[in-house]
Design a protein around this ligand. Structure first.
Ligand code: GLU
Length: 295
């Protein structure tokens, strides 16, 4: 039972074209698609392709082919994040103007060394937190190094949290949540090689696509703390969140892109029907035991 008022939802599926879709992606895409359909809303597709080193051209078509095969249609031309760097730059400029981000010149190696040298490096949901080295630089040193050194941009988390009030969100499964973005530390908002990061791009694009309901796996639940903070700072609308279970194999292990045996393309080539896959993924709980690879 749900107490949600009836309303049209705009949902999206946002894969990265760095590999083939597997059953877990199929599940997420169907959930987002079915929610939009059930509410007479719109389902949209977005390619999260900022990771230019890992993206491969053939995966855009492969992803569209798999989704069509499952009977999933999208209501507009797919958005590509690689076309939207200007929008991310604008958002970053807004945060720079408010003094909420700072340039970070550290290399991965330097960060790892600093963490290794510290007796008690704080841990976040994705590993040890950035130790804050570049937050402490003087304005003069920053100005000088900005001209000549590659740099990322990090959020000054303590400052951002202090100006953002108390962002919260409603998760369809987990209920009302108070955002605690500080658990992530000073995350990167623009990388050295691209003028954004996953966190910044996703909030800018969810707003640009008018997404009312974000449907995605539980693996991204913790990231929502950062997303709510950024929405607050950038004055963006707040979607509702539906973090769903992750599809696991018979051994309870999460499916991964490198696990090609359960890619939708491999199943299709093996003669499995799309209707069998959709039925399995739409059952409650979803049951993919019929699609175990026979190795
Ligand atoms: N691009 C992300 C992924 O492939 C999904 C991001 C999101 O849904 O917010 O895991």
């Amino acid at each position: 039972m749900t107490d949600e008022p009836a309303r049209s939802m705009i949902t999206r599926f946002a894969p990265s074209p760095t590999g083939l879709l597997h059953l877990g992606h199929g599940y997420s895409a169907l959930r987002a698609h079915d929610l939009a359909c059930a509410t007479d809303g719109r389902f949209l597709l977005r390619f999260e392709d900022i990771d230019t080193g890992r993206v491969r051209a053939e995966f855009y078509d492969a992803i569209e082919k798999d989704l069509h095969w499952l009977g999933i249609e999208w209501a507009a031309e797919p958005m590509r994040q690689s076309d939207r760097f200007d929008a991310y730059r604008d958002a970053l400029e807004t945060l720079k103007a408010r003094g909420l981000v700072y340039p970070c010149f550290c290399t991965r190696k330097e960060i790892a060394a600093e963490i290794a040298a510290s007796a008690s490096a704080p841990q976040g949901p994705d590993g040890p937190l950035y130790p804050g080295t570049c937050r402490a630089l003087s304005d003069a040193e920053r100005e000088e190094r900005l001209v000549s050194e590659p740099h990322a941009w990090r959020i000054d988390m303590a400052k951002a949290v202090s100006v953002a009030g108390e962002p919260h969100w409603r998760d369809a499964g987990e209920g009302e949540q108070v955002a605690t973005p500080e658990i992530h530390g000073d995350v990167v908002l623009a990388r050295k090689d691209v003028p954004t990061s996953y966190h910044l791009a996703v909030v800018v694009d969810d707003a640009a696509q008018g997404i009312t309901d974000v449907v995605r796996g539980m693996d991204l639940f913790a990231a929502t703390h950062v997303h709510r903070l950024l929405q607050q700072l950038l004055d963006l609308p707040v979607p509702r969140y539906h973090h769903h279970r992750l599809i696991t194999d018979g051994a309870g292990k999460r499916l991964a892109k490198r696990d090609n045996a359960r890619s939708l393309a491999a199943l299709r080539n093996a003669g499995v029907s799309a209707s069998a896959i959709c039925a399995a993924l739409r059952s409650d709980p979803p049951d993919i035991s019929g699609f175990e690879p026979s190795d």
